[in-house]
Design a protein around this ligand. Structure first.
Ligand code: HGY
Ligand code: MN
Ligand code: MN
Length: 418
């Protein structure tokens, strides 16, 4: 079936959703701030659910607020599912996650308007708290959907601001009763902006994503002795900030020694009491390290843990560490990746197989069904930033490829992987 999506309708919905929690970046770029389970997240959910209801889709909401909307279909067969997330980081762009959800809605609306009979239904969902920036880990909702965490565990998770997941979910009215883990789809495919520079640099229009690199998040708290910044000799100090800066510099050296695709980030730092003339009592920070190879990632984790212990001992500090997220690398189902690649070629779009540097809900759905992703280029490779841009024609081309892939998956029978 050669079905054309309605690109203008997709762009219009992206604009409308972006207005909820709208922010303006330092350079005047427009983004969105809808941290998971905040009022803005709730308003974004209400808008997307309205669009889903207007299409007459069957909507299910589970115990962590995952929303899945399915086309009514006489077969009762498991759907070909697409989707992503509509929560954002605090300095989010307009497309991270939102594109995958609204492109999925566009595909379903186009298919229903065309009236063609499919062998099985299509479904689109948005998963709760994909970003993990407020409630760790990331991909929390899809992890629960795939059976990697219970609803009960999720409801007791504390946010960086201290709020309890279950309380916040109740407050926005998305504590549902649908079964958890969720029903396994026939297949899952997610459209997402690349969020990196590869497609733009190589002037390629579509990424056929082969998998997701391993992710490790750790929260570290170093406790020392708060003291006067002027009177305390350096030899008498137990300064957690001094230790943190040594650790940060050494982490850069470790990552550079290993080379690409190894990445390492200290994205969050909190000093207490955070005053100009006080040697801090404590330093809390996060370490995000990622690699496509799990053994390399494990070795990096070990090396960083030993570094933290060694530097803390040199400064006479107490150390507390907490793992916030740990996901091994994921390889997508080559049968689905191949359909993505072929669909792009049939649309005469340049296409490249590539791994994902960012985490995505598809990596969790890959635990329960054949899954893969479609990437579209990010201008200057920027994301998690209001300056996040993907050209309109690329947004629409990605949606069209998603449509073609979903329609082919609807007619594909997957023999059990050999
Ligand atoms: O952290 C990530 O890779 C994703 O944006 N949650
Ligand atoms: Mn995302
Ligand atoms: Mn993101």
């Amino acid at each position: 079936m050669n079905l054309a999506v309605n690109g203008e309708r997709l762009l219009q919905r992206l604009e409308e959703l972006a207005e909820i929690g709208a922010i303006v970046g330092a350079d005047g770029d427009r983004g969105s701030a809808r941290l998971a389970l905040t009022a803005e997240d709730g308003q974004g959910r209400d808008l997307v659910v309205k669009w889903m209801r207007d299409l007459g889709l069957d909507i299910s909401i589970d115990g962590v607020g995952n929303v899945i909307a399915t086309m009514p279909h006489p077969s009762g067969l498991s759907p070909v599912m697409t989707g992503s997330h509509i929560d954002t980081v605090a300095t989010g762009g307009r497309f991270d996650g939102n594109l995958g959800v609204l492109a999925g809605l566009e595909v379903i609306e186009s298919v229903m308007s065309a009236g063609d009979e499919l062998d099985r239904p299509l479904a689109v969902g948005f998963f709760t708290d994909e970003e993990g920036a407020r409630f760790p880990p990331d991909m929390l909702g899809s992890l629960v959907y795939a059976g990697g965490m219970t609803v009960e565990e999720a409801l007791d998770i504390r946010a960086v601001d201290g709020a309890r997941f279950g309380d916040e979910l109740e407050s926005i009215g998305y504590a549902g009763g649908a079964p958890s883990p969720g029903p396994a789809p026939h297949a899952f495919v997610e459209l997402h902006i690349e969020q990196g520079p590869v497609l733009e640099v190589e002037d390629i229009k579509i990424g056929a994503v082969t998998g997701v690199q391993g992710i490790s998040w750790t929260k570290v708290t170093l406790r020392g002795q708060s003291n006067h910044a002027g009177t305390t000799p350096m030899s008498m100090r137990k300064d957690p900030a001094a230790a943190l800066f040594t650790i940060g510099a050494e982490l850069q050296r470790i990552v550079e020694r290993i080379g690409e695709p190894q990445v390492g980030t200290i994205g969050r730092v909190e000093l207490v009491p955070n005053l100009v003339n006080v040697v801090p009592a404590s330093a809390t920070f996060t370490v995000d390290v990622r690699h496509t190879d799990d053994e390399t990632l494990i070795n990096v984790e070990r090396e960083v843990a030993a570094l933290i212990e060694e530097v803390a001992a040199q400064h006479g500090l107490l150390v507390e560490t907490e793992s916030l997220a740990r996901f091994a690398p994921v390889v997508f189902d080559d049968r689905v990746v191949e359909i993505v690649e072929r669909s792009a070629q049939q649309r005469e779009l340049s296409v490249k197989r590539m791994p994902s540097g960012a985490g995505h809900d598809a990596q969790m759905l890959a635990r329960v069904c054949p899954s893969a992703m479609v990437f579209t280029p990010s201008v200057r490779g920027i994301s998690h930033n209001p300056a996040e841009i993907t050209a309109d024609e690329d947004l629409i081309a990605g949606c069209q490829v998603l449509c073609d892939v979903m329609l082919e998956l609807a007619g594909t029978t997957f023999e059990e992987a050999k």
